[in-house]
Design a protein. Sequence first.
Length: 222
Amino acid sequence: MNFKKNHKITCEDYTVSNQKFDLVYNDKFDMLETFPQPKLEDLGNYYESSDYISHTDSNKSFIDKLYQIVKGYTLNKKLTLINSFKTEQKNLLDVGCGTGDFLLNCKNNGWNVVGVEPNENAKSIAESKLTINSISKIYTDLTEINTDKFDVITLWHVLEHVPNLEEYIFRLKLLLKPNGVLVIAVPNFKSYDACYYKQFWAAFDVPRHLWHFSKKSIKLLP
């Protein structure tokens, strides 16, 4: 797909509301922005679904079981990645930690870990695992972390969810050590799958995904 200024795609929220949203092209950062964006106080309502698997440890349906299998594989791949970084210490912050499995895997492999998870259900599940294993605190919001500095900060498919994008990136930089590593994984709206499925591409996931990045936009972000 070729995009020009003010180009837009209309998508539907198939998970919760069945509302329609526009994805408007921002040519400055080569990205799409969801419009209208839900008010901050309403945003959590769009996550209230049993189909939002990353906020549960459900293992009932075939899709749930498949998700848990894939999650186990990706957890090990993520751990291999962060273990490859040469860091001063092994202090890690996982933003959007979900039900805490990545934190647990890192802790069991010698990392000192802290998490951020705004969803109360997912946070509660994570805390139940972390308390048993004496793992560090999970915060509800990034602004609650005032003094800690981290060697590695990870956001696995999280940045597309956050309001006030530039302010959020600024806070991440404040929490990162001078030689620290920031790991960001996001969907690529210029990928083959996105171009093939267009407005039906699952990773558009409006309005939970507020921003839709390309490889170029990640490099351009401040």
